[in-house]
Write a protein that binds this ligand. Sequence first.
Ligand code: ZN
Length: 148
Amino acid sequence: MILKTIILTDQNNMERACDRKNDIQQAGGNCRILGLEEGIDLEKELSFQPLGAQILIIAEKDLIQNLRQLAIKAGFKQKDITLIHTGGSFNAFCSQCHHIQTFTQQKEFDCANCHQTIEASDHFSAYHQAYLAYPVFTQKNQSDETKG
Ligand SMILES: [Zn+2]
């Protein structure tokens, strides 16, 4: 079975979404873009999509959480939803010292409090209103790609 990916985005990020779509299709995947535009009922559109599909959301800070909620409301699982931020800054929660700081595009950065190099994950904590960020270890001798 070919895995289906649905990209949710807005007009500002359509170009980026199309690039992604091309990548996915070149890799043999099935991809559809649902763009936020006037008059579109995204919730309804999502309800027509197969529930096992992967959801990729490409948007800016505020919109990204709205789209994520919409996908969850439509029945998609948290683990099937990937968020890709564009522009703006957002919060990261350091798993080491629990310091919350804002950051922009880059995924890896130093915690301002404990100075550990951390990397923001896709896991958004509604409680902290921040992305959980985990330490990055420079020696990558653990290349365990298997996920359960
Ligand atoms: Zn820290």
